[in-house]
Design a binder for this molecule. Structure first.
Ligand SMILES: *[C@@H]1O[C@H](CO)[C@@H](O)[C@H](O)[C@H]1NC(C)=O
Length: 652
């Protein structure tokens, strides 16, 4: 049963690996010259999201900069928990677009700055700073990101979501499309050319929803421009509008006209259901991803071969010999892993901490597994903004029970008696660390006035989720865990601990642990690049099918390396395996951390202190959760393996 279910999920995932089908979202029909009705909208809403950049971790809301605001009060769309916690702020915009109505050049608003007002100078300097740090607009139309496209050297079109708020030339470096003459100047993108392609429906396709002059939006592309309007909006000039380099003096004034144009183009070749393809194809380098899967598959095959060899050949031989010796008359000296049978289940030191970590690890593991399964079934696509993080957070909270249960059972099998501390620690330690780090980073964001700072009410909401839902669930799980009999071990533990012989360098604890993380990390590091890119450069991530495969491969490699090393250590008569099995695969997290550092220094251009703090803060949270997960996988793999091998040897 279980196997069929797993196979089913995997096959659906494989099917989704290359097709970007996004189920569950109904299309919006637009039509020309109409009033907005239930079946058909004529107004095309453009929403603006927060601005962000690769050169800083701190995002800012649209209103942080002095852009045009809507004249009337428009309601912002409702955001889910994931969006709020991860800093998305979607707001209405003043752009007025009606379906199938071209606009050549429309004035949006005019901003005037005067040197007499210190506030105005501040606003201008905020704009200059934003442009200098390459902050990017993120606009949304019809639930699709607005993209900018350009041709690559291989004559392919490359599209990204978002576009810069301006361009600059500074110290010989310049980011503008055409060469600019002035040194050290910032040019604001005060004009946008929007190109909206639509699919005009056919009767047979739309059925009862068919409308003359109707259509569905396929893509929205933007070309941002900087235009010096010379005091008259939409006068035809080619010059860029450069912001004043220094603060305005008394009596000086400066004007910015914001304008836009809209072109509607019919395109019946692209179906509405595959309208995301062009964005996702630009983002995902499918070849590299397949290469990464191949790379991981080779590692898995190699490891599985080793493990199979040990399990089948060596172990078989060992067991046969052990059991033969028992039958034989002359009792030979025992050797190898059988020698430590009286110590292998001796409870570890700091059993409390280990059991708490394992409980939390199970929680993270189940959360990841279920989230990825949902994601690769297509429920958490980028079209459902914030759904992925909302799902992960809600699952984490709900999975308090398994955490409590596992922690309690393991702790009880260690002979622990302080069950109250155990439950409390399980429900407080890991979430507390994550929440603490998160809270600390929120203080920084708050001080910087960033949009990623979550509102106080949301913070309270998160606390309530933790204290009122997660903690009680953990207690319930722990209650059932403690009520059960302690896990019985296949062999009895001796009174007096055996002396562990001198270990060679290969079987010492630390080298083993350091080696243990290498292979699992090797399986994931190519995928990791895309994940980090999607987090820090707000690229969309949609290859969840592949990610799910990689996750399964990660689980297998973690389990296999740990079993392998565990076997070697036991053969060397070293029976301290509890903590070591956790740390062996958990060490993958340290490699993850090193990789994040590498990414920080080579791929991001972050210079300011606050951003650096935030980057490493978020990284620490990630590394911590990853350590819990991988460590737990290794521990349970090893636990299972040891129980198996000691239950087949005869011990007097
Ligand atoms: C809008 O402009 C485009 C390009 O110039 C043209 O193909 C299209 O027919 C125009 N649409 C309308 C509704 O005028």
């Amino acid at each position: 049963m279980k196997l069929t279910a797993i196979l089913l999920v995997i096959s659906i995932c494989l099917y989704h690996v290359q097709s970007f089908y996004l189920p569950g979202l109904a299309p919006v029909n637009y039509c020309k010259n109409g009033e907005d009705t239930n079946t058909c909208k004529s107004k095309v809403d453009l929403y603006v999201n927060r601005l962000n950049t690769e050169e800083s971790v701190i995002p800012y809301e649209y209103n942080h900069f002095d852009f045009c605001l809507p004249s009337e009060e428009l309601k912002s769309p409702v955001e889910n928990l994931g969006q709020v916690v991860f800093g998305e702020r979607i707001r209405p915009s003043p752009y007025k677009i009606r379906f199938m109505e071209n606009q050549t050049c429309t004035l949006l608003c005019k901003k005037t700055y005067s040197g007499n007002d210190p506030q105005d100078n501040l606003k201008l300097s905020t704009l200059r700073k934003g442009i200098g740090l390459n902050y990017q607009h993120h606009w949304i139309v019809d639930n699709m990101p607005v993209t900018t496209c350009y041709d690559t050297e291989e004559n392919e079109q490359f599209c990204t979501t978002g576009f810069p708020m301006g361009c600059y030339s500074k110290n010989g470096r310049q980011t503008c499309a055409k060469p600019v003459s002035k040194m050290d100047a910032s040019y604001i993108h005060n004009h946008v050319d929007l190109t909206i392609t639509y699919h005009s429906g056919a009767k047979e396709e739309w059925g009862s929803q068919f409308q003359e002059n109707g259509g569905r939006i396929i893509s929205v592309k933007v070309v941002p421009r900087s235009i010096d309007h010379r005091g008259k909006p939409c006068s035809q000039t080619e010059d860029y509008l450069s912001l004043p380099i220094k603060n305005l003096q008394q009596g000086e004034t400066f004007e910015i006209f914001y304008t836009y144009s809209v072109t509607f183009i019919e395109n019946n070749k692209v179906k509405w259901s595959s309208r995301w393809d062009y964005i996702l194809e630009s983002m995902q380098h499918t070849n590299i991803q397949w290469f990464s899967i191949l790379n991981s598959a080779v590692i898995v095959l190699f490891l599985s071969g080793m493990v199979a060899m040990i399990l089948l050949r060596t172990l078989h031989k060992d067991i046969a010999r052990y059991n033969q010796i028992d039958n034989g008359e002359d009792a030979q000296e025992e050797f190898g892993w059988k020698l430590v049978h009286g110590d292998v289940f001796r409870p570890p030191r700091k059993g409390m901490l280990l059991s708490v970590l394992l409980g939390s690890g199970v929680q993270v593991f189940c959360m990841t597994l279920v989230t990825l399964a949902f994601a690769c079934l297509g429920f958490l696509s980028p079209a459902n903004r914030g759904a992925l993080m909302t799902c992960a957070m809600v699952l984490y909270v709900l999975l308090g029970s398994p955490a409590g249960y596992v922690s309690a059972r393991i702790y009880k099998s260690f002979g622990g008696e302080k069950w109250k501390s155990n439950v409390l620690l399980t429900s407080m330690l890991a979430p507390g660390i994550v929440f603490g780090l998160f809270f600390f980073m929120n203080l920084i964001l708050w001080a910087k006035g960033s949009s990623a700072a979550i509102p106080f009410s949301t913070l309270l909401g998160l606390l309530a989720l933790w204290w009122l839902v997660s903690v009680p669930l953990t207690f319930i799980g722990a209650f059932f865990g403690f009520r059960k009999r302690a896990i019985e071990h296949p062999v009895r533990t001796n009174q007096i601990p055996r002396l562990i012989p001198e270990q060679s360098i290969y079987t010492q604890a630390i080298p083993g642990i350091i080696m243990g993380g290498v292979l699992p990390f090797g399986c994931i590091f190519i995928q990791l690049y895309f994940i980090l890119k999607s987090i820090w450069s707000s690229q969309m991530y949609y290859m969840f099918g592949l990610l799910f495969l990689v996750f399964i491969i990660l689980v297998i490699t973690c389990a296999e390396t740990t079993i392998l090393l565990c076997y070697f250590h036991l053969c060397a008569e070293d029976y301290h395996w509890w903590w070591r099995s956790y740390l062996t695969s958990g060490f993958t997290a340290i490699y993850l951390f090193l990789y994040c550092c590498h990414y920080f220094f080579t791929k991001l251009q972050i210079e300011d202190l606050a951003s650096t703090f935030l980057y490493f803060g978020y990284t620490l949270i990630m590394v911590f959760l990853f350590n819990l997960m991988t460590g737990t996988i290794g521990f349970f793999a090893c636990f299972w393996f040891i129980r198996q091998i000691y239950s087949v040897v005869k011990v007097d």
